[in-house]
Design a protein around this ligand. Sequence first.
Ligand code: PCA
Length: 212
Amino acid sequence: MITALVIGFGPFPGAPQNPSAELVRRLAKQRLPSLAGTRVIAHVLPTSYAAVNEELPALLRRHDPDAVLFFGLASRTPYLRIEQRAVNKATGFYADASRTKYATRALTPGLPAELRVRADARRLHFAARATRIDARLSRDAGRYICNAAFYRTLHMSDENDRPWVVAFVHIPRPRRRGRLDGKRGRTRPSVEALMRAGGAVLAALVAEARRS
Ligand code: PCA
C-alpha cells in the first residue's frame, strides 16, 4: 500500500479563499482507478511560517508517506506551474497569515541555496498537459510560504532513511462557474479542469513512488 500525502494551504493576506484547500480535499475523496492501492491523505496547512516549521514536520513524521504532493495558489499566474526547485530564501516583504514576516533572508542559514524537486518534473508536466490544461515547468516555488514548505519537505526527505517522492504544483485561481475571465481573452481553468490535472499529476507521482 502506497501512502500519498496531498497538502494544500489555508487563506493568506490577499487570498481570503484558497482554492488549493478544496482541491486537496476533493482529490483525496476521488476514487481514481490509477490510484487503486493508494491511501491518499489530504491535509490543509495554515499559511504561516510556524505551521511550516512545526505542523508540517510533525505531519510528515506521523505518516512517513511514500509520496508528498503540494498544491498552492499562485493567483497572478494564469497557468499551472510544476515547480522544479525550492530556494533557501524568504521574502521579507509579505507577512504570513498570522502577520509574521520572516526575519532573515535565508530560510535556514547554512543549508543549500536550493533543493531540486524529488520527482521527474517533466513526467508530471506531461501528465498535466495530457488533461489539456495549460501547464508549464517553473524554475522555483517563489520566496513565500509555499517555497518554505517545499524546501523543508525536500530537506526532510533527504535526511530520511527512505527518501520520499516530493513535488509541488502551483495552481491559478480557477474561474468562477460559467464565466470566462482573465486578461486578453486568456481563460482561467475551471475547478473541474484543475481536479483532472491535479489527479493526473498525483497518479504520475504515485507511479514514480511505486517504481522507486
Ligand atoms: N500560496 C502561497 C502560500 C500559500 C499558497 O497557497 C505561496 O505561493 O507561497
